[in-house]
Design a binder for this molecule. Sequence first.
Ligand SMILES: Nc1ncnc2c1ncn2[C@@H]1O[C@H](COP(=O)(O)OP(=O)(O)OP(=O)(O)O)[C@@H](O)[C@H]1O
Length: 445
Amino acid sequence: KKNHLCIASSCGEIRNISYPFRLKNDPKYCGNSKFELVCENNRTVLYLQADSRYYVKSIYYDSYHDESSFRGYITVVDDGLQEGNCSSLPRHSLRRAIFRRVFDNYLSRQVVFVKCLLPVASNSYLDTKPCIEGAYSAGTPPNFSQTKGYSYAALEAHASDIKDFCTITAVTFASDYFSCWERDQYYRVCPSYSSSYKDIHNGMARGFNLSYQNGGGLAALCILGFDYRERCRVYDSDTSMAAIVTRYAPPLLPHLLENFLVAKFMLGAPCVLMFLIYKWKRRHRAMDENIEEFLVAHNNFSPIRYSYSDIKKITKNFKHKLGEGGYGSVFKGVLRSGNEVAVKILSKPKSNGQDFISEVATIGRIHHVNVVELVGYCFNNSKQALVYDFMSNGSLDKHIFSKDGDDSLDSKKMYEISLGVARGIEYLHRGCDMQILHFGLTIFF
Ligand SMILES: Nc1ncnc2c1ncn2[C@@H]1O[C@H](COP(=O)(O)OP(=O)(O)OP(=O)(O)O)[C@@H](O)[C@H]1O
């Protein structure tokens, strides 16, 4: 945890040994023990296996966010190889699998040495003569006199490329000098490249790259089906996904974030929507429940509650429209008892059901011969209706403003109507247990 106190170590030409790398003699808290290097005779050494010495040629720190998120690569060369001397041989044989826990070698080309009982004429088999006379096997210095057979080196050979009469004697790595860089051909030997064993030797002597990274989450997300703009493509079954992610990684973080946000939105939006619908329904159900409670508690007033289908039956599916007011249309209806009613369907139902019910409760208490009686009501969420006694002569204004001369009212009738209206208003103002002011009286007679 004190890594920030560590200054970069150096050994020979490698001057920038810092997190996650450490030198063996650095303070314990510096670097990560999995990335320990050793300074031997002024050369920085990486032991890939207990006895496999590799000289470090360079360390490249690609990115470092914190101790759990970093990546880069290190170039190493087998300690048996010397540049310019093609008879110098790698001392250690390596398989890709051994890097898996700490490193990946996706940036390097695999070189397979084979010893064959018969000569092979194949472009992918490069004769090791004159660099190697006889067969070569890692770990055993070539013994020219004793070894029989033909020695070849092959780049990126697969098991199926190995002839029956050949035996693999060593597997190592070379720099990726031989490969094509085109994206689709990545990991393949460039078709236009005609090499000799000397070229391969140069590649081996230059060293090979081992990538390292921490933050397995990236690879894990790839496996979950995320595609960082094709970064998750598997180019080689023998290559770890994490390595591919690293290879194409520079602008990765924003894309990762982008994918994360998109995924989050896609997964989250329906949930949020469902939650909102649930809340909305609950609110309305709760409101209805309150109203139901209110209605049960105040069952001492006469209006009858009708369902919306009752209303449709009463009005014969809104067959006969009587007129239209500011709050909706009024339809003629007939109750089961045979009584005629006027049903007002509220066009803009009061969003607050409580207001509607208060009005019903108020009007429902009014019983006066000169005030139209509220017979019933319908409250079904968005459907709200009021059921009144039917006034067969219609509203007074139709008669007053009628152009039909026969329809004019005589003075006796006008007097009766005026008296009735006055009694009705008087009742509303003073006659019942609450005072009602109505600002939009419709007068029937
Ligand atoms: N009880 C009723 N009996 C017979 N016809 C009615 C009855 N109630 C309403 N009507 C008819 O429906 C029309 C509209 O009535 P409503 O009460 O909605 O309108 P309004 O009084 O003109 O306006 P508002 O009450 O919206 O201010 C009336 O003009 C009348 O012709």
